[in-house]
Design a protein around this ligand. Structure first.
Ligand SMILES: C[S@@+](CC[C@H](N)C(=O)[O-])C[C@H]1O[C@@H](n2cnc3c(N)ncnc32)[C@H](O)[C@@H]1O
Length: 401
């Protein structure tokens, strides 16, 4: 993998002779009109949620995994590259009437089919909680339906028109962002991120991060490869639009989330058998989960955690090391990240709270750049000299000890 000037891993930007975006758009226009078996990677969805979907939505499935199984009631979910809406309509049932699903696609044919069934499915499930919008997933502020309307009245015929159009798009992004900052609980996507041009991929992960609320998460199924695609593969537009040439290297996929500022990045599933093998390179589906919310101030509230094991030690995304069995001091934010009920680490850590609570407004800044241990006396307080034996405890049940 290439490194950029800051030393971090960067997606290789290979030069190809064709317009990647246009070839993707055309391939999925055709795939919306007629089901294309070559684009289908067999996927098991939970059957209970398919019953109310029309056959067309079930069949025109070009996903490669099932991110829908990881959403919860009441959540606001954005589906990147929603196609005919299969994942959105499954999620609509899972999040329920108090949740919301927004499908994003840049393909009119796909959007038309997805929107066509909205009322029918809403009446079957008993509520209306889906919306389908037109945008590039690497530019979630710009509403392409609005941009199109402006273009219809202001055709671009020269550079000056183009500059006016670009200014109008910037105004839309600033004043009427399609998907606002920090507005979404979960971003899902099923077999789409690989289709984005290499030079836009970093921006794409930045957009996923931007729209998520603090504490929100991304659950993304996509195609990964075990070795870099050869130039012959990259040069084939059908392999690009067929989710092969743009596949992420397995480790690169996880690194992209890390570089965008996510934590708790985890492989939820990885196909054992490859979906396709080309020139000895294996392409398979992988589903990743990643959380937003490690940014922000660190406050000292005399809290600690104990890592339960079984590993001898673990390292988090802020470079803190937690040794098995040790009372490691943490700031308030790290305590929440490690032990809250929705934490990916919640089963791995024991929270040790001070006997006397320090209110957040009285807490001092905590230096989170080092890993420190917390002495038990800090937890209990300096003047803690109590003596209490088991026989003093009146609540001890008969036969206990
Ligand atoms: C492989 S299909 C997956 C569709 C859907 N997620 C599913 O599981 O059936 C890719 C979809 O992403 C859309 N797409 C590809 N690149 C996109 C981009 N840069 N912005 C928005 N949509 C995109 C295509 O139009 C197509 O509908």
């Amino acid at each position: 993998m290439m490194k950029d000037q800051s030393g971090s891993q960067a997606i290789a930007v290979e030069i190809v002779e064709y317009d990647i975006e246009e070839s993707v758009r055309r391939r999925y226009e055709a795939g919306a009109q007629q089901m294309e078996p070559q684009l289908c990677c067999p996927t098991d969805y939970e059957g209970d949620y398919l019953g109310c979907l029309p056959q067309e939505i079930i069949e025109k499935d070009y996903g490669c995994g099932d991110p829908t199984r990881y959403v919860r009631p009441g959540e606001t979910v954005v589906d990147l590259g929603s196609g005919v809406g299969k994942n959105c309509y499954i999620i609509a049932q899972k999040v329920g009437a108090s949740g919301q699903v927004i499908g994003v696609d840049f393909n009119d044919e796909m959007l038309t089919i997805a929107r066509q069934y909205q009322d029918e499915i809403a009446s079957k499930i008993g509520y209306h909680n889906t919306k389908f919008v037109k945008a590039k997933i690497q530019d979630l502020k710009l509403d392409l339906d609005q941009a199109n309307q402006w273009l219809a009245q202001h055709p671009v015929t020269n550079i000056s028109d183009l500059s006016d159009f670009e200014s109008h798009c910037d105004r839309l992004r600033q004043q009427e962002p399609l998907i606002a900052d920090h507005s979404v609980d979960v971003v899902v996507s099923n077999c789409v991120l690989n289709l984005v041009k290499p030079q836009d991929k970093k921006q794409l992960f930045g957009e996923i991060f931007r729209v998520l609320k603090k504490g929100g998460r991304a659950v993304i199924s996509d195609i990964v490869c075990d070795e870099p695609p050869t130039q012959k593969i990259l040069d084939d537009p059908d392999l690009w639009s067929g989710c092969i040439a743009g596949a992420f290297l397995e480790d690169e996929f996880l690194a992209m989330f890390e570089q965008a500022g996510f934590y708790g990045i985890e492989i939820l599933s990885r196909q054992i058998e490859p979906w396709q093998t080309i020139d000895g390179i294996e392409f398979r589906s992988m589903t990743i989960q990643a959380f937003k919310g490690k940014q922000g101030p660190c406050w000292e509230r005399k809290q600690a955690v104990v890592y339960k094991g079984p590993w001898k030690a673990v390292l988090d995304d802020d470079e803190h090391t937690f040794e098995r069995g040790q009372r490691t001091a943490v700031c308030d934010k790290t305590l929440q990240i490690l032990t809250s009920p929705t934490s990916p680490y919640k089963d791995d850590f024991i929270a040790i709270l001070p006997y006397e609570d320090i209110p957040l407004e009285e807490a001092e800044a905590y230096d989170c750049s080092r890993t420190n241990l917390r002495h038990p006396k800090e937890t209990k307080g300096g003047d803690y000299t109590i003596t209490k034996t088991s026989t003093d405890d009146a609540t001890c049940a008969p036969g206990c000890c």
